[in-house]
Every structure is written in C-alpha cells, then in structure tokens.
Design a protein around this ligand. Structure first.
Ligand code: SF4
Length: 386
C-alpha cells in the first residue's frame, strides 16, 4: 500500500484533489477553444475514457467568450489555461470555470493578481501554479548543472519559481492552490517533484511530463516520470501529455494508476508476447480486441494467447480470453473453456462477448449503478478443449 504525502485538499468542481481523495486523471482539449462544438466533442470523448477534469486553453478574447458555452455543455469540471493575461482570467471566472491555471508572477499588474485571488476566493475556484522547465529564464545556462545535495539546478530553479508564485498568492491570503512542476526529461521531473514534496508545504501536486512525445515513447516516459513519483506517495492528480487525442492520454493515465493499484480502472488486456510456437495472426487480433475494449468500462482481465499448448494455462487468470492455433481456437471465461471454433471465428466470438459486457456496463452507468468487477459464469456448460 502506497503511503501518500499529506496534502491539503482542494476542489475542482466536484472533484477533490489531495488529502485522501483518489488520484484524479486530467487531460487537455486540443481544439481551438473558439470551436465550441469540436471542443465539447473532445470533452465528451475524454469523459467517456474516464477523465475526471479537463483543461481548456483560454488565449484570446474570443476563447474567453466561448468558455461560458463550453462550461455549460461540459460533463467535466473545466480548468482554464491562462498565461499572462489577467483580463482573460477574469473572463474565464465570469464564464463559470472550476479552476484557473495561472502563474501570478507572470502577471505584471499586482492589483490584477489581487483581484483574481479575491474573485477565486469568493467563487471557491482554486489556482494551479504550473512551472515548466522549458519556460525558466536562462534555461540554457542551467543545462546539466547540479546544486547543493546533487539536486539538478533546473529542478531547484523550478521549485524556487513555484515557491515564488505561491508566496504571491499567500500574500493575498489565498491558499486554494495546487502545483505542477513539469520537465520533458524524466529525471529532472522526478527531482523537482521530490524536492517540492520534501518541503514543508501542504499543496497538492499535479504530475506530468511536458512534451513527452508521440504515444509510444510518451507513454513510456510518462509511466516512468509519473509512476515513480506515485509509487513514492508523491502526486495527487495526473496528466499524460501525448501527441494524440485527449482520450488516449486518459487511457494511458488510467493504466499508470491501475498498475499502481491506485484506481479501479477499465479492462486490462493481457496478450502473449508471441514466440516460435505462435500459430495465429496475433497483431491484427490484438488490435481488434483492443478496439472492442474501449467500449468496456468494468475492470476485467482479457487475454489473447497465441497457441493452444500454453495459451490457456498462461491466460487462465483472465476473466475472458481466447487462445488460437492450428486453424482452430478456444474461448474461455473465468478459467473455463466455453467453446472451440475455427480460428477465423475466434476474434469475432470474443468481440461479441465484449460487446455484450459493454452494453451491460453502459446500462449500469446510465442508471447510476456501480460496475461489477469480473463477469458472470458462462451460461453454457464448459466444453472440453481439443
Ligand atoms: S501463448 Fe504460446 S505463442 Fe504465446 S508466448 Fe506463450 S507459448 Fe508462445
């Protein structure tokens, strides 16, 4: 069991971040915010994939104006991403957003910072202070340097920047804060967040790597940069940043949490790595199963195995699965063989069963009932393999 760092909870809409709250998953829309329809469609897909919170950029007056409509149509609490523009922050607050991402030190007029803090306080809207290594002044001069205790200078400077922004908000009596410290390399990311977590402050941490890259490499970097910190009890909410759709970011984030047993999540696909005994076309079969699993919401283990010799044994701990070979294959549920069939029918048989589970999940969710873990026993008597 991971012992989490003690933090003071904040609320982003109905989602609690920090304290004893489960670690939440965030993502960010990639549409121009002025495109209300496109943005709401992305939010709906992210929500369906299991996002708890969504961030939306607010970089123009037009974006500030359309935020109201987006807030109204969104299933998820909205974080408005502001950089230097205090009037846009105030517009976003008027629009009803549930969190601001803003670094007060970047806003030149102190009276505007005071106004934003006052309005956030009155509305119960928290502020995320977000420090990125790439935005530090004189970043190039710091490359590779190490300071006291061997801490990378970049990490130290990131933490110092965050503490500076925090101090500005605290001067205004504002403490409804969460903090992110992001770098694009794993070790700097870990060092900065470890350092911040070691200090005596109560603010929850939003974890993520910036510019982590395309889906495959970005997922690996994120699993390391976020996962190592979470395993140490550091981090209260996470965002995986990928060159991919928001819902894909959410799926990867949820997998990270699932692997740390931090959040009940959707299905887990177990697929054999293949070897010289492989007797079926694994790659397209796994791709079809993966696609079908996007519709399943309950936590189940699903296995796809490449031969009938070892496959069933290796996949026996799965809730449902297939093993194929020599032009035929078996479908099993809860460790029992329920059907044998020609290989050509195998994936379709599994996908049909997964679709039935997905339909039941959708019905349960629509009626507000909890999703079960696992699947019911097969209705038909098990059949012998062979
Ligand atoms: S299930 Fe069969 S094909 Fe797949 S790795 Fe195991 S032995 Fe090899």
């Amino acid at each position: 069991m991971i012992q989490r760092r003690k933090t003071r909870p904040i609320k982003v809409g109905s989602v609690v971040i920090g304290g004893a709250a489960p670690i939440s998953v965030q993502t960010m829309t990639k549409t121009p915010t002025e495109d209300v329809k496109g943005t709401l469609e992305q939010i709906a897909r992210a929500a369906d994939a299991g996002a708890d919170i969504i961030r939306v950029t607010c970089d123009t007056k037009e974006a500030g104006e359309t935020l109201r409509e987006i807030v109204k149509g969104s299933q998820l609490p909205i974080v408005a991403d502001i950089h230097y523009d205090a009037p846009l922050a105030l517009m976003a607050l008027d629009a009803g957003i549930q969190c601001l991402r803003l670094n007060p030190g970047n806003i030149r007029q102190p009276e505007k910072v005071a106004e934003i803090a006052r309005r956030c306080q009155a509305l119960g809207v928290p502020i995320r202070i977000g420090v990125n290594a790439g935005s530090l002044p004189d970043r190039k001069k710091l490359a590779g340097g190490r300071g006291e205790g061997g801490i990378p200078e970049v990490a130290q400077r990131m933490v110092d920047a965050a503490l500076g922004h925090i101090a500005i908000l605290e001067e205004h009596g504002f403490q409804d804060i969460k903090v992110s410290l992001k770098a694009s390399d794993v070790l700097t990311n870990i060092a900065a967040n470890r350092l911040f977590a070691s200090l005596d402050n109560p603010y929850p941490l939003h974890l993520g790597l910036t510019e982590s890259g395309p889906t495959k490499t970005g997922s690996i970097k994120s699993a390391m940069g976020i996962g190592i910190l979470l395993a140490e009890g550091i981090g209260d909410t996470i965002r995986v940043s990928l060159v991919d759709e928001p819902e894909e970011e959410v799926r990867v984030a949820r997998q990270i949490l699932a692997n740390l047993q931090e959040k009940p999540t959707g299905p887990n696909l177990i697929a054999c790595p293949t070897c010289g005994r492989l007797e079926i076309k694994m790659v397209p079969m796994v791709a079809q199963v993966e696609e079908a699993l996007k519709r399943v919401k309950r936590p189940i283990n699903v296995s796809v195995m490449g031969c009938v010799v070892n496959g069933p044994g290796e996949g026996m701990h799965a809730d449902i699965g297939i093993a194929g070979g020599q032009q035929k294959g078996i479908l099993y549920r809860n460790g029992k063989v329920v059907a044998t069939m020609p290989e050509a029918e195998l994936v379709a048989a599994l996908v049909t069963q997964l679709d039935q589970i997905a339909t039941e999940d959708a019905r349960l969710l629509a009626s507000g009932q909890p999703l079960p873990e696992g699947i019911p026993e097969p209705e038909k008597e098990p059949v012998p393999a062979g």
